[in-house]
Ligand binder design. Sequence first.
Ligand SMILES: O=C[C@H](O)COP(=O)(O)O
Length: 247
Amino acid sequence: MMKKLIAGNWKMNGSLAANDKLLKDILAGMGQATCEVAVGVPAVYLAQCQILLAGTSIDLASQDISAQESGAYTGEISGAMLKEFGVRYAIVGHSERRQYHGETDEVVACKAQRALKCGITPIVCVGETLAEREAGKTDEVVKRQLAAVIHTNGHCISEVVVAYEPVWAIGTGKTATPEMAQQVHAVLRAQLKAASEHADCIKLLYGGSMNAANAAQLLAQPDIDGGLIGGAALKAQDFLTIIAAAA
Ligand SMILES: O=C[C@H](O)COP(=O)(O)O
């Protein structure tokens, strides 16, 4: 059976002191996790976290990756640079990147492609806004977002991780019910099956106010293979409870 993946996304939070304490607390409480665990840290802390996580079972993730290989792209961070800091996963297309940085489906697809070329697994985020859900467009939106990634990446699609994150559930405390999340995950799985014979091995994460109290129910759904955790990933005990729920 596929191992679940619990990935924290710290977003723009942390400090040298806070990161040190958080990771040490998580490592001390984790024991032998039976799921895969990763933390997506701000780029400036990759070096610090690489050292703290060396030789542990927690993988490092970046919160973004440049679609470009190298060159005159001020402020961007390339896949090759991320690799030097031991990055295994790159979150791409998070709704906050789409909303505040104008990332289109095509840019997200190119970022996923760049990650794969660098040996980094992209965690591709898709999800509808509240207005889109209320207009009955959830399936259409997530399928459009995923289609761009499938189109650009061809057979390599089997190497990505997909995270369904309904925008209205992110940081709001409003979680999709397990049934709502499963329904969308089933749509995504079917789309992936049409594109790849390995679709059953592609991890589909749920993200959006997943927490210590609701993780077990969400993770029990047949097409939910893990979680992308924001706020609850900043509290060691909550994150540990979610990890335990994924066992
Ligand atoms: O990447 C993580 C998601 O945006 C979820 O964030 P949240 O758990 O704070 O709602």
